[in-house]
Design a protein around this ligand. Sequence first.
Ligand SMILES: Nc1nc2c(ncn2[C@@H]2O[C@H](COP(=O)(O)OP(=O)(O)O)[C@@H](O)[C@H]2O)c(=O)[nH]1
Ligand SMILES: [Mg+2]
Length: 298
Amino acid sequence: MNYFVIGMAGSGKSTLVRTLQQRLSNPFIINLDPAIQTLAYVPDVDIRDSVDYDQLTSTSKLGPNGAILTALNLFVTKLDQLANVIPDNRPIVFDSPGQIESFIWSASGEILLKTFPGAVLYVTDAKKAVNPSIFVSSMLYLLGVQQRLNITEIIVVMNKSDLLNSDLTDEFKQILSENEETGESELDLVQLFAKNSLVLTDSFKFQAENDYQGSFLSNVTLYLDRFWQKNKYCFVSCKKGTGIDTLINEMERVQKNTVVEEKAKDEKYAAEKKEKQAKEKEKFEQEFNDHRNMDEND
Ligand SMILES: Nc1nc2c(ncn2[C@@H]2O[C@H](COP(=O)(O)OP(=O)(O)O)[C@@H](O)[C@H]2O)c(=O)[nH]1
Ligand SMILES: [Mg+2]
């Protein structure tokens, strides 16, 4: 079972990995963040043991992002060694660098996901998602990640839900009642954003800063919500340890589906390759016979 924890810097990825280390059964943890100074957990494999980030910034004169990217690329050149130390029958959890783009938009993330097919956890800050424009921006990024990595289903981890402790303002309460929904807290509101796009679009009316932003976000939401609503949203608090059991059940379900899908993709690829080779062989034999017949006729 393989799990990749990705998300914006500061969303709580490493804290979640620490929580999963405590809650999963005997997990094997891999830290992929070369630049982290202090980790909240002790990993089983640490990119910092095989790649010297400081040397990349000083000797190779790379900037912080270039050095993270290069460190990941160097790490994946040693994947055969990693495969040798990864034990069988233990859940593997990959913690990714703070800068999501270094993992998502480079070849290394793709290679790791292809080599160790599994579930992807997109960690985001639930408190920030109370702002509807931040919620939609986060969902747009999520859809970009899904397309980039060709992932059918991704788990959205709404972390820091312990901070969703304020009551709803009267404006939000009115929006809920106009849409025949009920809810008192920010937690109810963000849960509704994820499943009822009308609540979201109505919220832009007083949250969006100008007409252009409100109109853009409403249109984006009405068109794209069907794609982000397909994902499962898990509201957790790593700080309080809440929502983790539900998350783990979801991780196991998505991981199983992903492995089945990857197997089907590999089988389809192998069948197509076999068919192509058979056609090429047939074409070659035909050409060979044609030439032989021409030679015999001469
Ligand atoms: N309130 C609250 N803070 C959290 C939670 N999870 C993480 N944090 C804090 O968010 C900050 C960033 O966490 P970190 O795991 O380093 O984020 P990363 O950059 O995504 O790996 C730290 O100060 C954490 O203590 C949570 O569930 N609730
Ligand atoms: Mg981290």
